[in-house]
Design a protein around this ligand. Structure first.
Ligand code: ADP
Length: 497
């Protein structure tokens, strides 16, 4: 497919296992593992990762430090090196991870949500670029993710444009969630080291702000998002978050590649976080996980349908639909296990539901990766009624654990979940399109009916779900093609220039 291995730098503000607040970290931690081995007769590629070194990250050995030109002064970046081990399709690779360290910017309690966010991530982006010649490593492609790395394509086409070390590097910008845009007042141009001429609708100006997300979208050689449906949806006003016009303008360079999950990490056969291991040949063991989960959550131990939900508690996730149907839902003989953290509004909402239905609802507010696995393994059904969903990982993990997703057909949920058809036994879950509590409840009812009335068919559905392949192998190859695309786009742009 490719005549030589590629040199790829993946840049992300969060990467599993170092730091995670959402799906971006899972992608940034697992895509490189696949890229390290796929393509080119499985010779793999030279993949490296760069991220900030937050306070909580302990690993990493000192590699170098250097001054970064920044805001008319120099700010020191320290680079520590750690690694991700990739055990993929029988091949072992070590992927270097460069941790960009600066005491002032990154030694803080949280990862995000500070007043000087623009400064922190501008510094990060410049430090990543300054590091490359010092490593004596010139990537073919820099793969940037979300607004925090949006300035990298911008800098390559401005500050570093004339420098022969940099001007051959192509860029890919992936939108994981268009809602988080990194928009700041005009004065941020000084932080970026750019003049007022960049405060222009064709460049960085965005409804009276300077937008880091827009920087990525305008200046990257190609853009993609994490499912085909979301790539189409964000070109329309409803989900375009005011970037739809810009995205339509770049639509020929805009691709959709659905995320995968790491099938070694998420494997019910070997997962040591769950009570009893199982695979598609012995799905009945799943029940023991259900009983253990009920015990852990203080619910009565009974063989009734258990519905799981693991989510950031934010408007995006469609949680108001659950509030809408809670009385109907709780009048069913079911249990509901919820794990999440986020907006106080939703935390309170779930607390209230739990206090009304303590026998039916198990609730853990907070981030808990172990409990998450136990819910994926122990539930029968998994709820994702999202208002919008760029890709969604929850439904992919739940399928892998034989837990049947009930989703709203939007974004990546529409690309990965199909309605089960009892006549033909096709499909892997249940879903609805209109954003309404009634539709959600109908979808849950269809799932409950099959579970209760056709246990044989339910078991087949569970087995089929577990045998689907949403691993990174396929999407990894698609990313390699995207990198190639970015390289040719970059080359033709250089020829024009
Ligand atoms: P998003 O990136 O919008 O948060 P995704 O479905 O793409 O949504 O990814 C969410 C990931 O985070 C999944 O792996 C999910 O299991 C995990 N997750 C979400 N909330 C929690 C939590 N409170 N505790 C543990 N894991 C969580």
């Amino acid at each position: 497919m490719f005549d030589r291995p590629l040199k790829i730098l993946v840049v992300s503000s969060e990467v599993v296992p170092f730091a995670k607040t959402g799906g971006l970290a899972d992608v940034a931690g697992s895509l490189p593992k696949a890229l390290a081995v796929v393509g080119n007769d499985n010779m793999g590629n030279d993949v490296r990762v760069a991220m900030p070194r937050y306070q909580q990250i302990e690993s990493g050995t000192y590699r170098m430090d250097f001054p970064v030109p920044f805001k008319n002064r120099n700010e020191t970046a320290i680079i520590r090196e750690s690694s991700i081990e990739s055990q993929y399709q029988g091949v072992h690779k070590t992927i270097p991870v460069y941790l960009v360290d600066n005491h002032h910017y990154f030694y803080r309690d949280r990862m995000y949500m500070y007043d000087d966010e623009a400064e922190r991530f501008t510094f990060f982006c410049r430090a990543v670029l300054e590091m490359l010649p010092k490593l004596d490593w010139q990537p073919d492609v820099i793969h940037c993710n979300d607004w925090q790395s949006g300035p990298i394509p911008l800098f390559l086409k401005t500050h570093y444009r004339q420098d022969p070390f940099y001007n051959r590097i192509a860029t890919v910008f992936t939108v994981h969630n268009l809602q988080y845009q990194g928009n700041y007042p005009k004065e941020v141009l000084q932080v970026l080291g750019l003049g007022d001429e960049f405060y222009h609708p064709e460049r960085l100006e965005f409804y009276g702000s300077v937008s880091f997300m827009k920087a990525g979208i305008v200046y990257a050689d190609v853009i993609n998002t994490v499912s085909r449906t979301y790539a189409a949806e964000i070109q329309r006003p409803e989900l375009g978050e005011r970037m739809d016009g810009l995205l339509r303008k770049r639509s020929k360079d805009l691709y959709g590649i659905v995320n995968g999950i790491n099938y070694h990490e998420f494997n019910p056969k070997t997962d040591n976080r769950i009570h009893r291991n199982y695979d598609s040949a012995n799905v009945t063991h799943k029940k023991e996980n259900k009983f253990a989960l009920q015990k852990e959550l203080g619910l009565p131990v009974r063989d009734i349908p258990l519905i799981g939900l693991i989510s950031r508690l934010v408007d995006q996730k469609g949680l108001d639909l659950i509030a809408e149907i809670v009385d109907q839902l709780m009048s069913e003989d079911i249990q509901f296990a919820v794990l999440g953290s986020g907006d106080k509004y939703y935390e309170d909402m779930f607390e209230r539901i739990r206090s009304r239905f303590p026998e039916k609802m198990g609730l853990y507010l907070g981030f808990n990766a172990i409990l998450a696995q136990r819910i994926y393994a122990g539930s029968d059904m998994f709820l994702m009624p999202s208002r919008f969903e760029p890709c969604g990982l929850g439904q992919l993990i739940s399928l892998r654990y034989g837990t049947i997703p009930i989703v709203r057909f939007t974004g990546g949920l529409a690309d990965t979940v199909n309605e089960y058809n009892p006549e033909t036994s096709s499909g892997n879950g249940f879903g609805f399109s209109d954003y309404s509590g009634r539709e959600l409840f109908n979808a849950i009812k269809r799932a409950l009916r099959l579970y209760r009335e056709q246990p044989g068919q339910w078991e087949t559905l569970v087995r089929n779900a577990m045998e689907l392949d949403f691993s990174w192998a396929r999407s990894g190859v698609e990313y390699l093609q995207l990198y190639q695309q970015a390289m040719s786009a970059h080359l033709s742009l250089q020829k024009i220039a």
